[in-house]
Design a protein around this ligand. Structure first.
Ligand SMILES: Nc1ncnc2c1ncn2[C@@H]1O[C@H](COP(=O)(O)OP(=O)(O)O)[C@@H](O)[C@H]1O
Ligand SMILES: [Mg+2]
Length: 238
């Protein structure tokens, strides 16, 4: 049994189907890349796995032998699923340091030491002064993505879903963030689902499988050799 198994997953809003019979299995230590045109359902798939979607969902999602389809996002997070948002929301009034301490404490049942936190900030080349600020408020695109990564590093999930984490990151920041994530994966053997528009992300993360999503369906699943073909022909031929 894989860590995450998805069977015949559909999601339908009152206007249209957005996921249409997704099957997917991901094991510990694997890194799956999901690519697809704009509006193909990548974010909807990520949010459906996390339990964060208003659309009507059918099918089955199991995580470590638990059927999680009916669980809340908080319960799924508790089980070890983490989603880095494509567009992290700005939450004025929520201080970052208290927020990080709260999520860390809830997960690990111990206090987050400032010294440890500073090590993570350094790893991500984030300035300590962000701790005094509010969640994502007036953050640059890159800073938002780094703060998502910081939460990932602190929570050490079993499955990390990265929804276009690379968009908004400059080339140095991309290297910094993916190095930190790869090191965590080596340490914990977590599974990763990467959603990206850049085939080049395979130079930064150890991609084990590539899935192409179109109109809410996985139309192709391959090794990363498919990326070369994709760069040449685009999605139209697939
Ligand atoms: N809550 C919603 N209500 C109606 N349509 C939605 C909702 N969420 C997503 N969609 C639609 O579902 C499709 C897939 O969106 P999305 O998953 O964000 O695509 P991607 O991340 O691949 O660009 C789009 O057509 C989008 O407009
Ligand atoms: Mg998206």
């Amino acid at each position: 049994m894989a860590l995450l198994t998805i069977k015949n997953l559909t999601a339908t809003t009152n206007v249209q189907p957005i996921l249409d019979g997704i099957n997917l299995a991901i094991d510990q230590g694997e890194t799956h890349l999901i690519m697809g045109p704009n509006g193909s359902g990548k974010t909807s798939l990520a949010q459906t796995i996390m339990g964060n979607i208003t659309a009507k969902v059918t099918g089955e999602i199991s995580f470590e032998d638990n059927e999680i389809t009916k669980l809340t996002a908080a319960e799924r997070a508790e089980l070890g699923i983490f989603l880095a948002f494509q567009n992290p929301p700005e939450i004025p009034g929520v201080n970052i340091f208290s927020y990080l301490r709260t999520i860390y404490n809830k997960k690990h049942r111990k206090e987050l030491e400032l010294l440890d936190l500073k090590i993570y900030l350094e790893k991500l080349h984030l300035n300590e002064t962000i701790l005094e600020r509010n969640l994502n408020e007036d953050f640059s695109g890159g800073e938002k993505k780094k703060l998502e990564t910081l939460q990932l590093l602190l929570l050490k999930p079993k499955l990390a879903i990265l929804d276009e984490l690379d968009s908004g990151l400059d080339i140095d920041a991309l290297q910094t963030v993916t190095t930190a994530i790869t090191n965590l994966q080596k340490e914990t053997n977590m599974a990763i689902i990467v959603i990206s528009h850049l085939a080049k992300v395979a130079d930064y993360l150890p991609i084990t499988k590539v899935h192409i999503l179109k109109l809410g369906k996985i139309v192709k699943s391959n090794g990363k050799e498919i990326l070369e073909e994709l760069i040449k022909t685009g999605y139209a031929k697939l």
